[in-house]
Design a protein around this ligand. Structure first.
Ligand SMILES: *Cc1c(COP(=O)(O)O)cnc(C)c1O
Ligand code: SF4
Length: 439
């Protein structure tokens, strides 16, 4: 199968485009000038149900939708497009809207940048002690773009070259020099957009001279949902599978952190075959997704998805709460509802699906799990737990916030019993130190 991509300038050439009403097309054109838009023949032919397109989760997951912009911003862009074809003017309007949409959430740009000999390394993040994130420069795009993606600024060119690295030597030296690092997590974009040879160039140094601290290589990817043919019929499919087998045989754990948002992604023949081929090399597949209004906000969807994953030999890992950026209003579920959906789904599966953790927010201090809502002396509170902490000592700590039925993100929460959350003073100090470093 050959990959064909579609974006703003050619989606109307799709045979299915005739099923799109004038309103839907207008929305794609207006919103697609603000957010990135890319889909492909697999998503269009095998995932989207075109007979019910306006309500289809995969249509909403890759095609821009009207309600992803506020009414004001929608009219602003609509008016601009009516008034001009000038690309610069359209871009100026788009950038003005984009800047209102929190393009750099959770202190990623300033706080997590590692250094070697005092020089900061672009294209890497080291937030939690054991795991370093690596952003290979050739992996900074995807087979299709998710409309909720928190990396949207990089796909529209706002973030430029900051999250990129093509120096495999830098990654190797960094891991070797930092003995607390046990895991490398390749991320993007989607690293599985890379050719096998390019990916191998990052991996080979570790296979030649494995630093004893390195235990695990993870690959964060949506390729099993957006282009499973990568491991079936692409030119480099076998080259990838062989490389994976070599990594596993070398004694390094290799985990595909597969992003699945809906059970339908597990139903196609191509997805099932790709999963089988990967599993046959000895890699583990762990699964994660955000909980998204309009896409997957029901307990039945999640319990069905976890069961199908386990039946296909995948391990449910995280349920996330979408970050406070981009079209967050379109996708946001309240923390209370997120917990209710998680809990009901969790109650309807057996223990082998309950390896999943969530709902979890990746925010500045760490990954915060909503354990639930509890009543103490007839007052409701949020019970939270830090799953990962910028200070490793914070991990595993439970804490409490005042109950707020409207809260959708960590920033909306206030401490239940004290003036500050337990991590706040120390976090502030960390922020000041990193400002000094980047200044
Ligand atoms: C989630 C995350 C990790 C990995 O955390 P695990 O709990 O080990 O899966 C590493 N770095 C960052 C920045 C993360 O957000
Ligand atoms: S595949 Fe991942 S990085 Fe790419 S758009 Fe979707 S969520 Fe974002």
């Amino acid at each position: 199968m050959k990959l064909n991509s579609y974006s703003l300038n050619n989606y109307k050439t799709l045979p299915q485009a005739e099923k799109l009403s004038a309103e839907l097309k207008e929305a794609i054109d207006v919103v697609g000038n603000v957010f990135p838009f890319k889909t492909n023949n697999y998503v269009v032919n095998e995932l989207i149900d075109w007979d019910n397109v306006a309500e289809d989760p995969f249509f909403k997951l890759t095609f821009p939708q009207k309600d992803m912009l506020s009414k004001n911003n929608y009219s602003l862009m609509w008016n601009t497009l009516m008034g001009t074809n000038n690309k610069d003017i359209i871009k100026t309007t788009a950038d003005k809207i984009r800047l209102q949409l929190n393009p750099h959430p959770a202190g990623q740009m300033d706080m997590n940048v590692p250094t070697i000999n005092g020089n900061s390394i672009s294209g890497m993040q080291h937030k939690y002690k054991e795991t370093v994130l690596f952003f290979p420069s050739q992996g900074q795009t995807c087979h299709a773009y998710c409309t909720f993606c928190f990396r949207w600024p990089q796909f529209v060119g706002m973030e430029g070259l900051k999250f990129m690295n093509k120096e495999s030597a830098t990654l190797f030296e960094y891991v070797k020099a930092n003995k607390e690092v046990t895991d490398i997590l390749f991320t993007g974009g989607d690293p599985m957009i890379m050719k096998a040879k390019v990916f191998a160039s990052y991996i080979e140094p570790f296979l030649q001279r494995r630093p004893d601290n390195l235990q695990s290589i993870r690959i964060g990817t949506k390729v099993l949902s957006y282009w499973p043919y990568k491991f079936i019929s692409d030119d480099d499919a076998d080259e990838y599978l062989n490389l994976f087998e070599r990594i596993v045989k070398s004694g390094i754990n290799l985990s595909i952190m597969a992003h699945f948002s809906h059970p339908r992604e597990l139903d196609t023949e191509a997805a099932k075959i790709a999963i089988q081929k990967l599993r046959a090399t000895g890699v583990q597949i762990r699964t994660q997704s955000p909980l998204l209004k309009n896409i997957n906000n029901s307990p039945e969807i999640w319990s069905e998805m976890w069961r199908k994953q386990v039946n296909l030999n995948c391990i449910p890992y995280y349920m996330f709460i979408p970050r406070d950026t981009g079209a967050q209003d379109y996708f946001a579920v309240t923390l209370e509802d997120a917990w209710k959906i998680f809990r009901e789904a969790y109650q309807n599966v057996s223990g082998i699906c309950r390896t999943v953790r969530g709902p979890s927010m990746s925010c500045t201090p760490g990954k915060v799990q909503v354990l639930g809502i509890s009543e103490i002396n007839s007052t409701k509170y949020f019970v939270l737990r830090m799953l990962q902490g910028r200070n490793p000592n914070w991990a595993g700590r439970p804490f409490f916030a005042k109950y707020d039925p409207k809260a959708i993100w960590m920033d909306d929460l206030v401490p239940a019993f004290e003036e500050k959350f337990f991590f706040e003073d120390e976090l502030k100090l960390m922020e000041e130190i990193s400002l000094d470093k980047t200044a």
